[in-house]
Design a protein. Structure first.
Lengths: 297, 380
């Protein structure tokens, strides 16, 4: 099994007619994802390499039975695109777009919780999600992930996620689902949402969690792991040496006033029984150890 | 983007928040003219992107032209925590009866806006939060609901301000919330929020941080023009690169913010220090790589360069071709260590092979590459 997306997920690409949307939408289809449509109000009735374009998500859902959407719309249009997807009837929305204003994120996070409690938003500013061998939504290179299990991955960083997938593949260890939650201040899906889903997924035996400096999401995840998780967790937190007060690329990756440092996060995770690597390679090795110890692969 | 105090006050004024009449000036003569215009006594305030201005001697009261001349002369050019004062704000002095604190920011854990209000203003709110947490009235606002007058009033009452100013405080805080939301601020803070001896509530200071991601829907060119950037950061910014200048000697180029931060970590663990954070993004084509190398090469502190690329969708051989072409375009002084991994990494490394030398090494793992780059930086 896998979490959030699998072979039955049918995806609409909002922004499929744009260059990024087209590139990744077609790549995802090549991987095996059920890409059933795209949206663009000005190009309804046309197609992108055989994929039909609809005026909005509601029409796309009615015509195709889609249950997920992936957003490649520029930042100014993201708020409207997310509401179009929720109102259109999909249950899972992946927003790849970066640079979305924080006030928009705070607004649609709370609006979805209130009026669309069954809709899950992943992102914005995330690489997407892949259940290897079944469904790949977003910008992850599918071939660097080995299908199966027993490991589930949740990460705030794109390239570090690829690194984790790749190192596990080299060790012949499979992944149920790899979720990139993104580095923005108000992510639609949190570490805890993913940890909870992995805990409930019978094929996921262990979880790798990749964090970053800034905010308190890792500390909150540590609390959840301590109290609610039976499965082993291995972690890495990037940014031990990042100087305070400097923004490092991701909007979320900023340390201020001693809060949100990598050291504090690693300490909280270790106190929750998590094995914490001091670099991505070491975290990969720790995960391999856990898997081998239990004879899972 | 952090605003200077006077920009923050101009920002507040757009939303109807009462601020003191004042002028931004850059010379003693202009300061004198400004003081005449607003009327004595005035306060002469250094405009820098740093706290602790008062302690550094950057805020002075002036009762007449001689005092303005003296203070303006002393404060212009004053170094406040490494920031040289180039601009002064000359504002009419206020008769202060009480000093409060008010702010709005985003609470990332609660995923709601957080309002903080305290009658213990004028000092560091962090100190109040630690020593007397009950003195801060907090309110969490759902962005969908916004801040209603009723909720705002209850919040003001909870903060136990002087009851005579409740109406004035409610009116100002509603405007501050509007400024925070409609102005796309990450932080809108007034410390101190004062009650004047005439009973009016008034923003005596302004600390505003705007969300750079929202620039597309605002006119922020004037604010952007006064931002102070490291010269290296300025050059990188012009090339569209994500760059943060640091103090070490190992230049870093990586693809992805997470990997770049992680590269800083492994360099540190290998006993070295990074000269910068540089994220070239997902792809690694020759143009981007050449631009990144140029920026690093122009930094005199750099003694070695560590290029850390993990190929995802961009394949190893494309990355290698990009690096080789970039090296043919830019003459690099410091030796380079490359770690190329991920999709088609072996093919990529094979392409690099004929170009390897003392000045260009290739290492298979991040840790080995970090160790090599640190050793080179120390040797040079």
């Amino acid at each position: 099994m896998s979490i959030f997306v699998d072979e039955n997920t049918k995806v609409i690409y909002q922004g499929l007619t744009g260059s990024q949307g087209r590139f990744y939408g077609l790549r995802n289809r090549d991987y095996g994802t059920n890409v059933v449509g795209g949206t663009n109000p000005k190009k309804a009735g046309e197609d992108v390499d055989g994929i039909p374009i609809f005026a909005n998500v509601g029409e796309a859902v009615a015509a195709t039975g889609a249950n997920a959407s992936c957003i490649f719309i520029p930042a100014p249009g993201v708020r409207a695109a997310i509401m179009d997807a929720a109102e259109g009837g999909v249950e899972f929305i992946v927003c790849i777009t970066e640079g979305v204003p924080a006030h928009d994120e705070a607004w649609f996070y709370n609006e979805l919780k209130r009026d669309f409690p069954n809709v899950r938003l992943l992102g914005p500013n995330c690489p997407g999600i892949i259940s290897p061998g079944k469904c790949n939504i977003g910008i992850t290179a599918g071939e660097i992930a080995k299908p199966g299990g027993p490991v589930g991955i949740v990460s705030r960083s794109g390239t570090l996620t690829y690194q984790a997938l790749y190192e596990l593949k080299l060790q012949n260890i499979g992944v149920t689902t790899c979720v990139g939650i993104g580095g923005d201040p108000v992510p639609g899906t949190s570490f805890i949402d993913c940890l909870e889903a992995f805990e409930a997924d019978p094929d996921t035996k262990a979880v790798m969690m990749i964090g970053e400096i800034g905010g308190s999401a890792e500390e909150e995840a540590a609390e959840f792991i301590k109290n609610k998780m039976s499965k082993p967790v291995v972690s890495y937190v990037a940014g031990v040496t990042a100087p305070p007060g400097k923004k490092m690329g991701h909007a979320g990756a900023i340390v201020s006033g001693g809060k949100g440092t990598a050291a504090a996060k690693m300490e909280a995770l270790e106190a929750a029984g998590v094995r914490v690597g001091k670099n991505p390679t070491e975290a990969g090795e720790l995960m391999v150890e856990v898997v081998r110890e239990h004879g899972w692969a | 983007m952090d605003l200077l105090e006077f920009q923050g006050k101009q920002f507040f004024a757009q939303f109807g928040i009462p601020v003191s009449d004042g002028r931004a000036v850059t010379s003693v003569d202009e300061a004198l003219a400004a003081a005449e215009a607003v009327g004595y006594p005035v306060v002469v305030k250094a405009q820098v992107h740093a706290g602790g201005r008062g302690k550094a001697g950057g805020v002075k009261l002036a009762n007449n032209a001689d005092e303005v001349r003296e203070h303006a002369g002393n404060i212009l050019g004053l170094d406040i925590s490494g920031h040289i004062t180039r601009t002064l704000w000359i504002e009419i002095a206020s008769d202060i009866a009480e000093e409060y604190y008010a702010s709005f920011t985003l609470d990332r854990s609660a995923k709601k806006h957080l309002g903080m209000l305290s009658k213990e203003g004028g000092v560091e709110i962090e100190t109040v939060a630690v020593e007397n947490p009950d003195a801060i009235a907090k309110i969490w606002i759902d962005p969908v609901d916004g801040l209603t007058e009723e909720v705002c009033r209850a919040w003001v009452l909870a903060a136990k301000l002087n009851p005579d100013v409740t109406d004035g405080a409610v009116a100002l805080l509603l405007k501050l919330y509007t400024a925070y939301v409609e102005g796309d601020a990450d932080l809108a803070e007034i410390n101190p929020l004062i009650v004047k001896t005439d009973g009016n509530v008034h923003a005596l200071d302004a600390k505003v941080t705007l969300d750079d991601n929202a620039e597309f829907r605002h006119e922020w060119d004037d604010y952007a023009a006064t931002q102070v950037r490291d010269v290296r950061e300025e050059a990188a910014h012009e090339k569209g690169l994500q760059y943060v200048g640091l103090d070490g000697s190992v230049g870093i180029i990586a693809n992805g913010a997470g990997l770049a931060m992680s590269t800083l970590d492994v360099v540190n663990q290998a006993g070295g220090e990074a000269a910068n954070f540089l994220d070239i993004g997902g792809g690694a084509n020759a143009d981007v790589m050449a631009g990144a190398l140029q920026v690093i090469n122009d930094d005199p502190k750099v003694k070695s360069i560590f290029i850390n690329i993990f190929g995802g969708i961009t394949r190893g051989e494309e990355v290698a071709k990009g690096i080789i072409e970039a090296l043919s375009r830019v003459d690099i002084a410091a030796p380079i260590v490359i770690r190329l991994d991920g999709t088609n990494a072996e093919e990529g490394r094979a392409l690099l092979e004929p170009h390897l030398s003392d000045k260009l090494q290739s290492k298979p793992t991040m840790l080995e590459a970090a160790a090599a780059a640190v050793a080179l930086a120390k040797k040079n």
